[in-house]
Design a protein around this ligand. Structure first.
Ligand SMILES: Nc1ncnc2c1ncn2[C@@H]1O[C@H](COP(=O)(O)OP(=O)(O)O)[C@@H](O)[C@H]1O
Ligand SMILES: [Mg+2]
Length: 277
């Protein structure tokens, strides 16, 4: 079997002596995954993913990224491998202009300035924020600041992209746009790890799901299997997406109980109608 992109081995983390925030987590994440990590507030999602790029060190256990032990690798060396988009863009932005912000990480990698300029220009164009290259990020609205943090991470072209509640505070249009970029990256071979408590986003975009509760993992399976397991979700304090519930409620009429999107619902419904009408 191919080497997992991330291997987590008996990982625990306690912020203070006493109760660990995450406890004894073991799992492999395959290359090119689109994994959603779901769970109630305080379940340990952020604590877990902060171990993927060395922002937190394990109290116990080990995290290997492409076989490399994160705890004994410098953050700079990991920057190529793992890009991290935080929940709040303002925790991440610190430069005077959009262009400087996006160039910062690349310069730190020691990349030649003409190449930095080329990559920054390309990313800004792709995300349609080229017009703001000389603007101070603080002058821009939330959605644009969110895009800038994404641009800064994308510019580094990391193999793994960790997104921690990336679209909280974005409207539906910006959220779609954001995920279009993420989907494109996934198709190009990047691995995506999406932390979210938005079940609709997880159902729509991820192909596998990890369910967390009180610092432990209680489910890890395909997104379809996870979302059709209402008991597991209830145990994690989460609800099935509305469209899944609707399919379940219509099971006696022949609808599947594991639908993930409105499009799938429509297909199943039209399939039924063809047979019964
Ligand atoms: N910096 C911190 N110091 C102390 N406790 C923390 C800190 N960050 C998180 N915790 C605690 O760790 C647990 C897991 O939190 P977190 O990983 O942020 O969960 P989630 O991202 O799922 O909401 C919670 O009980 C939270 O209160
Ligand atoms: Mg969190």
């Amino acid at each position: 079997m191919a080497e997992p992109i991330i291997r987590i081995n008996r990982l625990s983390h306690a912020y203070e002596e006493g109760t660990p925030a995450i406890h004894d987590i073991t799992l492999d994440i395959p290359d090119n995954a689109f994994l959603a990590i779901i769970g109630h507030n305080g379940a340990g999602k952020t604590t877990l993913v902060k171990h993927f790029n060395g922002l937190l060190k394990p109290s116990r256990g080990q995290v290997l990224v492409t076989g490399i032990d994160v705890a004994s690798t410098s953050t700079a060396a990991l920057a190529h491998l793992v890009g991290f988009v935080f929940q709040n863009p303002d925790h991440q932005i610190f430069s005077g202009t959009v262009q400087e912000e996006v160039a910062f990480g690349l310069k730190n990698l020691g990349i030649a300035s003409h190449e930095v300029e080329r990559r920054v220009g390309q990313i800004l164009d792709e995300l349609e924020i080229g017009a703001f290259r000389d603007t101070p990020p603080a002058m821009l609205g939330y959605g644009l600041r969110r895009k800038i943090t994404l641009a800064a991470v994308l510019a580094m072209d990391p193999r793994i992209l960790v997104l921690d509640e990336p679209t909280v505070g974005l409207d539906a249009h910006s959220t779609n746009e954001f995920f279009n970029h993420i989907n494109r990256m996934h198709q190009q071979g990047h691995s995506i790890i999406l932390v979210t408590h938005d079940m609709r986003l997880a159902a729509r975009y991820s192909s596998s799901c990890l369910v967390m509760r009180q610092g432990c993992t209680i489910g890890y399976d395909t997104t379809r299997n996870i979302f059709s397991n209402s008991n597991l979700l209830a145990c994690a304090g989460l609800a099935q997406p509305a469209v899944t519930r609707l399919g379940s409620a219509l099971q006696d009429a022949g609808m599947p109980a594991n639908l993930l999107s409105v499009e799938e619902f429509a297909d199943a419904y039209l399939g039924l109608s063809e047979h019964t009408l």
